[in-house]
Design a protein around this ligand. Structure first.
Ligand SMILES: [Zn+2]
Ligand SMILES: [Zn+2]
Length: 754
C-alpha cells in the first residue's frame, strides 16, 4: 500500500467554475484519487477556494461589495457544484481560515529566518487618479511577448507567461484606465535566485514528468530565477506577521500553494487526529504527492512551491505535477464575460445533464497533451454514441437477455468454463486490466479511459456475433455469463470516471453496492452464479431537455429562492452620463451613479423613446444582478428597468428620499447573478392597489387581480413581481424603508416591466 497525496488547483472564489477547470484539473484529480482508493492506497485529496488575492478583490470592487461577500458566494456555489459532480475531496476548504493564516505566517517567518525572504523597495505601478498602487490585475497593458492588449500585471492570459508589471507596454489602471506611474514601495521578496541550484537538483530526476510540464519548467529555470515579490499593497488577504505593514498583504500565490499544507492540517484536525497530516508531509513518509493544475499554474507548482518547501525544510516534495493544457472555446479561454460561454459553466451544465454525462465529456476531451476545443455538437454526438449507443446498449441488452432467459439470475457457467483459461474471456479481461491499470498509474487517464471504451465497443460486437438467442443452452449460458463478467469489469474500470452509472450497473447485476466500495482487482473475479439480478433501467435515458445548441440563449443558472421568487437585486441609480451607442441607432450607453466611486455602465434600448437630456440626471432603477451581456461590442452591467406597453416605454423611478445605490432590500446585494431568461421567469408588472386592509392588498393587474401583503393606500401605483408568467402569487417591489418602486402614473395595469 502506498500513500498518495492529491493536491488540486485552488479555484478563485470570484466566479463559478466551468468545463475548462473540470477537464483540466478537477476531474483528472478525482479519477486518479478514485483509482488509488480502489487499489487500496491511502489517499488524501484536498483543495479549496482561493478567497484572497486581486481577482476577488477586483470583482468585489466592480460590484461595490466587500471581497468577503463575493468569496463566500462563489465558495458556496462551487462547493455545491463539486459535490453534485461527485468530485470526492477528502477536504474542500477555503483560504479564509485561521488555520490557513497561521500556517502561511509560520512558513513566511521560517523563510525570513532562513534568509529566503528579504525586503526591498522597488517601483510599483500606481494610479495617480485613484491614489493607490495597482497590484496584479489592477494593472492592464499589452503583453510584450504575444501582443495581447489586455495582459495583466501578473500574467498574460493569452500566452500564459508570468509577467512583471514593468514588462507591460502602455500599462494603465484597470479601474479607471489612467496610465500608470511607477512609485517606490517596500515589499518582501522570495529569493528564488538563491534556490536556483537546489531546484535544478530537485528537477534532475523528474524525467517521468509530462513533456510539456518539464519543458516549461526548464525554460523558467534556464532563464534564471529572480527574486519575486510576495507581498502586495492591498488590505484583502493574509497580514504580514510583522509590525509596520498594516496596508500590505501576503501575495495570493505564496499563500494559495501553502493551502495544500494547511488543508492537510485542517483535514487532520477535523478527523480528530491533529497529527495525521504528517503522514502525507514528513520528508521521509512513504508518500507520493501529485498536483493537478492547469498549464498556467505550472511555474507555481514545479518551482515556487518546491522552492518554498525545500527552503523551509522538513517537508515532503512534489512527486509529479501532471498539469493539463486548456479546454477552450473557439481557440480562446472560456470566459464568464461572454454570454455564449455561459453554457460551459458548471451550474448551467448541471441543470441540463446528469453528472456522469458531464464527467464523460470532460474525460473524453481532457486537454492532456494539447489544447482541446469545447464543441456542443460533439458533446451531444459523443455522449449519445458512446454512452447511450455503446455502453448503455451493452448493459441493457445483456441484462435484459439474462433476466428473460435465466429466471432473473446470473446463470451458471457451463462445466467446461475455466476463468483462468489462457484464451477465454478471463484472459481478455486480465490483459485489458493490466493495460488500464498501467495507464492510470502513470496518470495517462485519457488512455486508460479510452482503453475501457474499446472493451465496451468490442463487447457489443462480440455479443452480437455470438447470437446467444439462437445458441444451444450451454453456449447461451456461457455467452451470457461471459458478457456479465465483462460488464462487471467494465463498470469497475469506468468507475473512477463515471462513478454514478457504474454503481447503477453493479446494482442492476444484483450487487448491493457499486464498484467504488470494492477493490480494483474485483474486475478480475467472475460474477457470482445464481445471484439475483436487479431491476434493469436505461443507463443514460435521453435528456428530457434538448441540449443547448450553439447560439441559443444560455441555459439559466438555477437560483434557489426560498419563497419561489428569483431574487432581483434592483438598485436605485441616477443617470450620470449618457451617449448614443457608436454603432446601434436604438441604443444608449449610460453610466449610472450607484452611490460608489465607480459608475455602473449599461446599454439600454431607450433611444426611440427618450432624448438624452430627458434621461440625464434622472432617477432610474437598475437590475444589478443580471449576467453582464455584450450588446454590439459594449458590455452592459445590468439593465435599466422600464414599463413597456408595446408602443410606449417608460423607465421606472423611485422617490427622492431614496439615495442612489440603495438596493430594494438590504439582502439583495448578495443575490446570485441571474441570466436574462431567469429574469423573464418571474415577470414584473405594473399594478394598482384596489383594496388595502390589515396588511393585505388586492391588486389590479389589468386582466386579473391578485392578493398580496403590504400597507400601501388604495390607488397606489406599484410594481409587482410574479411567481411565474401568468403567476397568481406576487410581491410588491419596495425598498426596506417602505418607499415603492414607481411606474409612470398613467400606464395601464398589467404593463410588463423589462
Ligand atoms: Zn502574452
Ligand atoms: Zn485608476
Amino acid at each position: 500500500m502506498t500513500r498518495i497525496f492529491v493536491g488540486v488547483g485552488w479555484p478563485y472564489a470570484n466566479g463559478p467554475f466551468h468545463m475548462g477547470h473540470l477537464a483540466g484539473a478537477y476531474l483528472p484529480a478525482d479519477i486518479f484519487a478514485r483509482f488509488h482508493r480502489l487499489l487500496g492506497d491511502e489517499v488524501l485529496m484536498v483543495s479549496g477556494s482561493d478567497m484572497h488575492g486581486t481577482p476577488t478583490a477586483y470583482a468585489a470592487e466592480k460590484e461595490g461589495v466587500s471581497p468577503r461577500v463575493i468569496a463566500e458566494r462563489y465558495h458556496a456555489i462551487n462547493k455545491a457544484g463539486l459535490e453534485k459532480l461527485g468530485l470526492n475531496y477528502d477536504l474542500f476548504t477555503h483560504t479564509h481560515t485561521t488555520n490557513h493564516e497561521r500556517t502561511v505566517q509560520e512558513l513566511f517567518l521560517r523563510l525570513l529566518q532562513n534568509g529566503y525572504i528579504t525586503r526591498a523597495s522597488e517601483d510599483n505601478a500606481y494610479c495617480p487618479k485613484d491614489r493607490r498602487f495597482l497590484p496584479d490585475r489592477y494593472l492592464n497593458g499589452r503583453c510584450p511577448f504575444c501582443g495581447n492588449e489586455s495582459a495583466r500585471g501578473d500574467e498574460c492570459d493569452q500566452c500564459g507567461r508570468v509577467l512583471d508589471p514593468k514588462q507591460l507596454i502602455e500599462p494603465r489602471c484597470s479601474l479607471c484606465g489612467t496610465p500608470a506611474e511607477f512609485r517606490p514601495t517596500e515589499h518582501f521578496y522570495l529569493r528564488l535566485d538563491k534556490m536556483q541550484g537546489t531546484l535544478a537538483h530537485f528537477l534532475a530526476d523528474k524525467n517521468y514528468w509530462r513533456g510539456n510540464v518539464l519543458a516549461a519548467t526548464q525554460n523558467f529555470l534556464q532563464a534564471g530565477l529572480k527574486p519575486r515579490a510576495i507581498t502586495r499593497d492591498m488590505t484583502w488577504g493574509i497580514p504580514i506577521p510583522l509590525d509596520g505593514y498594516p496596508t500590505k498583504r501576503i501575495y495570493v500565490w505564496f499563500e494559495a500553494v501553502v493551502g495544500y499544507l494547511s488543508a492537510a492540517k485542517e483535514w487532520a484536525i477535523r478527523r480528530g487526529e491533529p497529527e495525521a497530516w504528517h503522514r502525507f508531509w514528513d520528508p521521509e513518509a512513504p508518500v507520493r504527492q501529485y498536483y493537478f493544475v492547469g498549464k498556467d499554474n505550472i511555474y507555481f507548482h514545479t518551482l515556487l512551491w518546491p522552492g518554498i518547501l525545500i527552503s523551509a525544510g522538513g517537508f515532503q516534495r512534489p512527486y509529479d505535477v501532471p498539469a493539463n493544457e486548456w479546454m477552450q472555446i473557439e481557440g480562446r479561454k472560456i470566459s464568464k464575460s461572454r454570454s455564449t460561454d455561459l453554457d460551459a459553466f458548471i451550474p448551467a451544465l448541471l441543470a441540463h445533464y446528469p453528472p456522469d454525462v458531464i464527467r464523460f465529456y470532460a474525460a473524453a476531451l481532457a486537454p492532456q497533451n494539447h489544447d482541446t476545443q469545447l464543441n456542443w455538437d460533439e458533446f451531444s454526438r459523443l455522449s449519445e454514441e458512446v454512452l447511450s449507443n455503446q455502453y448503455g446498449n451493452l448493459v441493457q441488452r445483456v441484462l435484459v437477455f439474462a433476466r428473460e432467459n435465466f429466471s432473473g439470475k446470473i446463470p451458471n457457467p457451463p462445466s467446461g468454463f475455466h476463468p483462468e483459461a489462457g484464451d477465454g474471456i478471463g484472459a481478455r479481461i486480465r490483459a485489458a486490466h493490466e493495460e488500464i491499470t498501467g495507464h492510470f498509474e502513470a496518470v495517462r487517464l485519457k488512455e486508460g479511459f479510452e482503453r475501457t471504451l474499446t472493451e465496451v465497443r468490442e463487447g457489443n460486437r462480440w455479443f452480437q456475433e455470438a447470437r446467444p438467442w439462437q445458441a444451444s443452452d450451454a453456449a447461451r449460458a456461457q455467452t451470457v455469463y461471459e458478457a456479465l463478467w465483462l460488464l462487471k469489469a467494465a463498470a469497475m474500470w469506468l468507475s473512477p470516471v463515471l462513478p454514478f452509472s457504474s454503481e447503477q450497473v453493479w446494482r442492476m447485476m444484483g450487487f448491493d453496492q457499486g464498484p467504488g466500495a470494492g477493490s480494483w482487482a474485483g474486475a478480475l473475479t467472475p460474477p457470482p452464479a445464481g445471484q439475483t439480478l436487479g431491476e434493469v433501467r436505461p443507463l443514460f435515458p435521453r435528456a428530457e431537455a434538448p441540449p443547448p445548441a450553439p447560439g441559443t440563449p444560455p441555459p439559466t443558472v438555477p437560483v434557489p429562492a426560498p419563497s419561489g421568487f428569483v431574487p432581483f437585486a434592483i438598485q436605485a441609480a441616477t443617470v450620470q452620463t449618457i451617449s448614443p451607442h457608436p454603432s446601434a441607432d436604438k441604443l444608449y450607453v449610460i453610466e449610472l451613479n450607484v452611490g460608489g466611486p465607480k459608475p455602473r455602465t449599461v446599454v439600454a434600448g431607450l433611444r426611440p423613446f427618450y432624448k438624452e437630456e430627458e434621461l440625464l440626471g434622472r432617477r432610474v432603477a437598475v437590475l444589478a444582478n443580471l449576467e453582464p451581456r455584450t450588446i454590439r461590442k459594449m458590455t452592459s452591467q445590468g439593465m435599466v428597468l422600464a414599463a413597456d406597453t408595446g408602443s410606449r416605454v417608460e423607465v421606472l423611478s423611485y422617490p427622492e428620499a431614496v439615495s442612489p445605490g440603495t438596493f430594494v432590500s438590504a439582502g439583495a446585494i448578495d443575490s446570485p447573478i441571474i441570466s436574462y431568461s431567469v429574469f423573464e421567469s418571474n415577470p414584473m408588472v405594473v399594478g394598482t392597489v384596489t383594496e388595502s386592509r390589515d396588511g393585505r392588498l388586492v391588486v389590479d393587474l389589468g386582466d386579473r387581480t391578485i392578493e398580496t401583503s403590504g400597507n400601501w393606500a388604495v390607488g397606489s401605483r406599484i410594481v409587482v413581481q410574479l411567481d411565474g408568467p401568468g403567476g397568481s402569487q406576487g410581491q410588491v417591489i419596495h425598498f426596506d424603508s417602505g418607499e415603492l418602486l414607481l411606474p409612470g402614473a398613467d400606464l395601464p395595469a398589467g404593463t410588463r416591466v423589462r
